[in-house]
Ligand binder design. Sequence first.
Ligand code: B3K
Ligand code: ZN
Length: 866
Amino acid sequence: MTARAESRTVTLLADYRPYPFRLTETRLDVTLSPDATLVRAGIDMAAAPGAAGADLVLDGGKGLDLRHVALNGAPVDPTHLRRDDETLTIAGAALPVGPFTLETEVRIDPAANTSCEGLYLSGGIFCTQCEAEGFRHITFYPDRPDVMTTFRVTMRGDLPVLLSNGNPIRQEPGLAEWHDPWPKPSYLFALVAGDLVAVPGRFTTRSGREVALNVWVRPGDQDRAGFALESLVKSMEWDEQVYGREYDLDVFNIVAVDDFNMGAMENKGLNIFNSKLVLASPETATDTDYERIEAVIAHEYFHNWTGNRITCRDWFQLCLKEGLTVYRDQQFTSDLRSAAVKRIEDVQTLRARQFREDQGPLAHPPRPDRYEEINNFYTATVYEKGAEVIGMLRLLVGDEGYARALDLYFDRHDGQAATIEDWLAVFQDATGRDLTQFKRWYTDAGTPILTMQEHWQDGTLTLDFAQETPPTPGQPDKPARVITVALGLIGPDGAELAPARVLEMTEARQSFTFEGLAARPVVSALRGFSAPVILRRQMDDATRAFLLAHDSDPFARWEAGRELAMAALLRAASGAPAEDAALIEAMGRMLADEGADPALRALCLHLPGEEEVAARLASDGITPDPDAIHAAREDLARRLAQAHEVLLAGLYERMAVDGPYRPDAPDAARRSLRLAVLGLLSRIDGGARARALFDAAGNMTERMGALSILVRLGQAGAALRAMEAQFAANRLVMDKWFSVQVMAAPPADAARIARDLAALPAFDWRNPNRFRALLGGLAANHAGFHAADGSGYRFYADWLMRMDPANPQIAARMSTAYETWPRYDEGRRAQALAALKEIAAMEGLSRNSREMVARMIAAGRPQDEG
Ligand code: B3K
Ligand code: ZN
């Protein structure tokens, strides 16, 4: 067993204790050099009341070459110092009485740091990533979110641009000084230095503060940063208008770097972004890229209040800032674009990622109570389910109640490190509502299954609901939760029979009656996806088609169409005779419905994905066969195309967008419908339209749409060569080039294609985006990753093991591709388990990957354990 494995510890929420010292100011003096950066830290602090005499324990591991430690200017006697793999301890006996200053000096090696955590180099640019626990790789510090101080940072180095948090105090060649007046925890610290150019802007806050905005990019990338800057301005305006939140510094800097583990990071006043979420031009970015850039710029900006001004007491409270900030960025996108489309997209993501997580071995509550490696908990559950829970809260207390609660939250907790209890308390105090039962959404894992049965008699409709949440790891029993069920009743003529309302279910079984109805209504349940549950109800195709045609709630319309398609796919995947008449007819109406938003029509045309079908089968107790699902879906798409060839061909022509490219919602909607139509037509036109579109398209949206179809048809050779010749020097486009070839490949070829691509010199695997493009492309090819011969599993495992020593966060996160392994047949289970066990047995495996694979292996049924 390695030293790392021995030092692995479980952190428990129940063990939380306040830090025994109070810190007031942190001064950093950083002399930058690629392989020998010097970090001098001065921290003003004092023992907390009642903690006099306590040892001073600072986080910081072996990568810190400690040169000097002093207290109030006097070097500390080495006998008072103790180091282990993760901490430095100064004996309480050596500490001065009253306030004191601790000074340390360490040397670190950013050039050798491949983990994209702490201080590292990306394409020659110095940058940092400190959340969650990266600051301890820069200097010794109480690296926990409830320890907050102001920061003064001096940067030295012969580099054109030197940036840190807060306001600039002094800038001269080779030196910069920054001061951040807002106390913050270490995870929000950042510095960036190197050859960068700014795309500048300005913003005047509503109280008159002039803010200088800059989007910093590498020289040559300026012409692709304009959209990010516009998105920032929109975000700043929106947060003032909707939440009354103003920006609080003189500058706001955004920097784009090429090597980044996630999307972006909300460091105070200095957001650092993955370049793919900043850089966009019509020739290089798709409509989806533009929409994500706008949303992530907003998300990081919104963190300035929900995350930075009010932060988390400990990392168990992560969803306090992430769930709320996701909720806010979702609202922002709905306000700027189409609320209906945004809601459907968000539900799709939630189901694809969070429901999947909740139903497998990695299930955990939005607020977990234990972890080994906190970076493994930046999950769909913490983020997306965290946001859904807030949506339910809002339904319960109403829009005004929500606004009052949020005002109280900002008033009461500004400058603090808060908890989920604090959050719920502001809702209780602002609205008088008891949220004791509601809190289970935060503490209990798993997706509730809500069953609805209808009874109709003499003008009275009774709805019987039952809720049940299957067991999740460590939580066998699940008490009933509050479930908000938004409901409408639709008459036979399509008119709403009663005002829409929200039922509040609080018991395991509960009935609601509706009296005095003239005719039996069709029930539209869970409108707007009012709770993150799985709704089970008996419904025939005719009723689904009725809802698709008449429901006034756009989400419910889409959902009805989805269910219609899902029913057809489930029948086909289980070998039952095709029975698509209702689906084909409903699709025909959708194609002809010129009054509907093209984006909604596009969403309705997309058949449920193969992974989604597999999940549905598994939750019905049927072992999914990936190859049969793939074949069934291909077949259904072809039948739809044959049935509607004329309508589709006409729509394809009509949806062409004229004029210069604009990434706005109306144009993007037309392109999305056009591409959905093209996807169907390609099943019967031999790929002719896709080839023509690839050659003619002036924007990346249509080019990628066409290319993905050509890859599926095995006709992409020339297109791929053309794209490579044109964009070899553009990393972001080449990421797409790698990804599409694997993701859209015929499943039987996916692992082989991935292997061939991985052998190319351009497969710079240490770059997280490139690695994700290829490996994530394979994981997204459902039948390819889960190939019966195990080729997908093995190829994937080999690369995780290669990545783990270089970048444990990426390896651990990507390992979730295996999380669904228990649902498949015995042969696949054995292959997947063998791959997981091989990873688990790897010498020196990181704590990150160790925790993930152990949790996934633990899901094995007894007969799988060998
Ligand atoms: N707060 C960061 C995520 C940090 C992830 C650390 N492994 C980005 C965000 O959610 O805005
Ligand atoms: Zn966030």
